[in-house]
Ligand binder design. Structure first.
Ligand code: G4P
Length: 529
């Protein structure tokens, strides 16, 4: 197979949802279609159960699962599908944001009864800003839920999307009869007690055909005709180009648990979803068809065995062919590195591969040389954009609780921050360290891992910080910036990259500071123009 064919056959995507909408169930059904797993229940849910905050074993269990399900790959109709797992728990939202830098498209799962939930809103906003092509799957149609048109409205309004239904439900909950596949002009009838077989569907080019009344009954057929008329009238026609540009989002209805509407989703997905896309680096745009290898690290996972402190760096291949035992440039540290056992991921296992292509993810064993955002090339000095740090939500001073183990503590902190577990800020004034996280859960994870993996102990101390603002002066030498630095000295810190950060104690402070020092721009993310 030629290099171009390899690219064209790849579909790399993520599934995002609010917890419980059915992401795990849908993933599992997709894997079943690909023949990658044989039975339901094989994909482990990496949800953190409620109340598990202080249960370290639960955290460890979840870490174990999340390495196993980080990338799930399978072949379906000659297409190589790579699903990148995204944690649903809000405390791990930053992990999800980073994973979204490595996908070429996403599927958004929404619960028909609950509609658009907060976590969906947050994640979709990121996808929308980055113009990632999205398909929406409205799940649990076997249950009573909201009216289909109301839901489409909600998706448009709350998520800011422009939708076009590709299928439409016939009834709902107890009366759910099936769906009409607008994309393929097929009727799929639901058989509630037959939960594992795949319904093939009846071709139905014209819903005015009286046979429809015989199959689903006259009232349901009439309603469907009326609803479809409204669909054609109100919603734009599907347009491939608009979808790929992130300007139009196709919507499917179904029930993942009952395997309903999933095949339709997958069949359409492999037809329309984009293959590996060009990616913007600081220096230039890199096209997937370029023959030289480029790739970037979007995730680092510590090895589960605390005795060997090696880690697995997940690299998304952007262009070229990644080859085993071939030296590549690690752009940040300027060194050539080669890998004797790069891992590729299949359903739930990983194996050593000789070659990987754009769209693929390779897992590289690492002893601490990589951090998130690092780029690999064949020699060109490139830095891929789009893996910014976001302002954390929680901030605490971190203290060394065992003076004999200071070295271990700092090494541990350093490596955990490289993995992206949390962010470390060092106060300009006194060198004290502050850990910033998205959720409170991370503080326990850090404490636990420092102790078990590095033999170090830490304690935390509260600090009143509302947001971390990355500081961008118009001119480093102007008086205004000098005054800003003098007046705000007690609130200034450096992030791990050495960028200046203002730790503001309230939204009001940010507003006041911004109006007092208009030439000193404050940003909530570490990457800005
Ligand atoms: P998540 O990964 O998005 O968090 O959701 P997950 O797939 O774990 O699904 C959450 C719950 O919703 C599960 O039930 C699952 O069985 C159920 N579910 C998923 N799809 C459908 C569907 O199409 N119809 C119905 N009725 N339910 C669905 P649970 O009781 O929380 O978990 P479990 O004990 O069944 O695993």
């Amino acid at each position: 197979m030629s290099f171009l064919e390899e690219i064209q056959k790849r579909r790399t995507f993520g599934i995002i949802s609010h917890p419980d909408a059915g992401k795990t169930t849908l993933t599992e059904k997709l894997l079943l279609f690909g023949g990658a797993i044989q039975e339901a229940g094989a994909v482990k849910n990496n949800k953190i159960k409620k109340g598990a905050t202080s249960d370290f074993m639960e955290i460890e269990r979840q870490r174990g699962i999340s390495v196993a399900t980080s990338v799930l790959a399978f072949i379906y109709k000659d297409k190589k599908i790579n699903i990148l797992d995204t944690p649903g728990h809000k405390d791990f939202a930053e992990d999800t944001f980073r994973t979204l830098t490595a996908v070429d498209s996403v599927i958004v799962v929404i619960d028909v009864a609950k509609g658009v939930e907060p976590q969906t809103e947050k994640l979709v906003e990121v996808c929308r800003m980055r113009k990632i092509p999205m398909i929406v799957f409205i799940n649990k149609l076997d249950r009573e839920g909201k009216d289909a048109f109301d839901l489409l409205d909600e998706v448009e309004q709350k998520l800011g999307l422009r939708v076009t239904p590709m299928s439409f439900p016939i009834g709902m909950g107890y009366d759910f009869k099936g769906i009409y596949n607008i994309w393929e002009k097929k009727l799929n009838i639901f058989s509630g007690d037959n939960k594992t077989t795949i319904s093939e569907g009846v071709e139905f080019n014209d819903v005015n055909n009286p046979e429809l009344d015989t199959i689903i009954g006259e009232p349901a057929a009439e309603t469907l005709r009326e609803e479809l008329e409204l669909v054609y009238e109100v919603y734009p026609e599907f347009d491939q180009e608009e979808y790929v540009k992130g300007d139009l989002q196709p919507v499917f209805f179904g029930s993942a648990l009952n395997n309903f509407g999933v095949k339709e989703l997958l069949d359409c997905f492999i037809d329309i979803a984009p293959n590996p896309q060009p990616k913007q680096a600081e220096e230039r745009v890199v096209d997937s068809k370029e023959e030289k290898l480029t790739g970037f690290v979007f995730k680092i996972h510590a090895n589960m065995d605390p005795k060997h402190r090696d880690r697995l760096a997940f690299v998304k291949i952007v262009s070229g062919t990644f080859k085993r035992n071939t030296p590549y440039l690690h752009v940040r540290n300027g060194k050539k590195v080669k890998f004797s056992s790069p891992n590729a991921f299949f359903a739930e296992k990983k194996e050593i591969v000789e070659e990987s292509f754009p769209g693929d993810i390779v897992g590289l064993h690492d002893t601490g040389n990589f951090k998130i955002g690092d780029t690999l090339t064949e020699g060109e000095k490139l830095n891929f954009k789009g893996i910014p740090s976001f302002s954390p939500e929680h901030f605490r001073y971190v203290n060394n609780a065992d003076p004999m183990k200071a070295k271990q503590l700092y090494k541990g902190l350093d490596q955990l921050m490289d993995e992206g577990v949390a962010q470390l800020f060092t106060m300009e004034m006194n060198g004290r360290r502050i850990i910033g996280t998205v959720g409170a859960l991370q503080y326990e994870v850090i404490q636990y891992r420092l102790e078990h993996e590095y033999g170090a102990k830490c304690s935390y101390e509260n600090i009143n910080v509302h947001k971390a603002c990355w500081v961008q002066p118009e001119d480093e030498k102007n008086e205004e910036f000098k005054e800003f630095k003098r007046v705000k000295q007690r609130y200034l810190a450096k992030d791990k990259e050495g960028q200046l950060v203002f730790l503001a104690d309230s939204a009001f402070t940010i507003q006041m500071t911004q109006s007092k020092y208009p030439t000193v721009k404050l940003h909530f993310t570490s990457e800005f123009e």
